[in-house]
Design a protein around this ligand. Structure first.
Ligand SMILES: Cc1cc2nc3c(=O)[nH]c(=O)nc-3n(C[C@H](O)[C@H](O)[C@H](O)COP(=O)(O)O)c2cc1C
Length: 471
């Protein structure tokens, strides 16, 4: 396939250098000069992405999602917070004696992620890749193909790093995505790879990939067998960058980039166009903030902001706890308390984030976690002890929040006893409601905190392995 690179000229005077550049589609985004959040299964859900953006990430990748997990999902706007949710019912019909709950496969904030979200696909089939990418193409700024995951459950399905060994297939996936999704939806298609230990093999692969019409290539500077703790190898970076640049494709580096400042230094040193951060951001997203702007923030500040985003986004409790595990230092008492928490109320109380308690309780109700409130000993937190709200404050609280506050206050005051669960109306004021997209009529949804992030019945004949999500 002919390269889509168009020649553009830079620099003053008649002897200007001619630099080809694959055009960035109208609704796409240029990865150049960006420090970005890496795709991370579990660690890259919506609240983590919002946290990274808050601290200065220029772009955020969502966690890899297997194409067939996305195909057949229902897209709807959550009427409480305006997020776009792609949902499906569990394939096994749920557990015996328990009504089935929908799983949210992917969640997007159409306002705060606008122009900054890249969706990463796990796939081993051009047809499935296209079918899946079309589901989200209107809501994201780019589709990235994962060709670097080394986990057996990914590679055994021919996805992830296995694609490095099947370059014809990888090229075909990218070309098909460019033609059938990138062009009609006007978004960019990109790929994330690892290096081979033999630079010539890397060179041969990259030389083919940059001719597929992709706008960008991210290189994780480790080979497939390398463990995450092994230091990234950067000696192939200049060669890869040069191939990308000759074809007009942006080159983003990944591997042991510690912070925005560090990323900028490396970009300068190796001539790459952007830098991607994974594990450093997982531990403390304020790594996206320059030293000049305050640098690394104390963990309590980061955890507070993270929890706020979790509550607003109605994030699954299990996922929230997973990331809190990374954000809270293991030696702190709060680490153990959070691990044992069964509700958002528990977490916010344990961390003494009293101003988050009303919304935490409201979310527990939405998620059906409020029946676990009895399992924690009554505490007297500032909310229970505080003066009643002023009328103005009360007006701003939803009925659900008020109910939750009343029952919590009564319980803390010794009212104890068995709570009866108050069913919530479909729409309440548990979080800020943004309506950037017209909400469709809401079906009341319970998000299951025990379900894996992806629950994937197979809607159509497919060739991929029955794995869920990959790391
Ligand atoms: C928890 C976790 C989940 C990951 N999930 C993905 C993924 O979904 N897709 C992907 O391409 N890479 C994934 N990776 C790899 C990272 O994107 C990145 O390439 C790797 O961690 C190296 O970057 P670092 O040195 O900054 O950590 C994951 C890494 C971690 C730690």
């Amino acid at each position: 396939m002919a390269t889509l690179a168009s020649a553009i000229t830079t620099g003053p005077g008649p002897a200007r250098d001619v630099v080809p550049r694959v055009p960035i589609p109208a609704k796409g985004v240029d990865y150049r000069n960006k420090i970005v959040l890496a795709p991370m299964v579990r660690s890259g859900e919506l609240p983590s992405r919002l946290l990274a953006l808050k601290y200065g990430a220029d772009l955020v990748w969502g966690p890899e999602t297997i194409s067939r997990a996305l195909i057949g999902t229902e897209r709807r706007v959550n009427p409480r917070n305006g997020t776009i949710e792609f949902t499906r019912m569990p394939s096994n019909g749920g557990r015996p004696n328990k009504p089935s709950k929908e799983s949210v496969i992917y969640r997007i904030d159409p306002v705060r992620e606008k122009g900054r979200l890249i969706f990463q696909l796990g796939t081993a089939s051009p047809e499935l890749a296209v079918a899946a990418a079309r589901v989200v193409a209107d809501d994201v700024s780019g589709i990235d193909v994962n060709a670097g995951c080394p986990k057996p459950f990914s590679t055994s399905g021919g996805m992830g790093a296995a694609l490095l060994r099947t370059p014809d297939l990888l090229v075909s996936i990218l070309e098909t995505l460019v033609k059938e999704v990138g062009e009609p939806y006007q978004i960019g298609i990109s790929v994330k790879i690892r290096i081979f230990s033999d630079p010539e093999e890397t060179e041969a692969l990259v030389s083919r990939l940059v001719k597929t019409g992709i706008t960008a290539l991210t290189v994780h500077c480790r080979t497939t067998p390398m463990r995450p703790r092994e230091a990234a190898i950067r000696d192939q970076l200049r060669m890869i960058t040069s191939i990308c640049h000759n074809a007009g494709v942006a080159c983003v580096m990944n591997g042991d980039v510690k912070s925005r400042d560090h990323g900028l230094e490396l970009m300068n040193e190796y001539g790459v166009d952007g830098a991607m951060i994974a594990t450093s951001a997982e531990t403390n997203s304020s790594c996206f903030r320059t030293k000049e702007d305050g640098g690394i923030a104390p963990w309590r500040e980061v955890v507070y902001e993270y929890l706020r985003f979790c509550i607003e986004s109605e994030n699954r409790l299990g996922n929230t706890k997973y990331l809190l595990n990374m954000l809270i230092p293991g030696k702190d008492k709060e680490f153990k308390d959070t691990k044992l928490s069964k509700t958002y109320l528990d977490i916010c109380r344990g961390l003494k984030f009293d101003d988050l308690l009303p919304d935490a309780m409201a979310l527990d109700q939405i998620l059906g976690l409020d029946d676990k409130w009895e399992s924690v000993p009554p505490v007297t937190h500032s909310l229970a002890q505080s003066e009643p709200d002023t009328p103005t404050q009360s007006e701003h609280k939803s009925k659900a929040v008020q109910n939750a506050m009343q029952s919590e206050t009564a319980r803390a005051a010794g009212g104890g006893g068995v709570r009866t669960k108050t069913p919530l109306p479909a729409v309440h004021g548990g979080g800020p409601i943004r309506r950037s997209s017209a909400p469709r009529p809401a079906t009341v949804t319970q998000v299951d905190d025990e379900q894996p992030a992806v629950e994937a019945p197979i809607p159509a004949p497919q060739t991929e392995a029955p794995s869920q999500v990959t790391a």
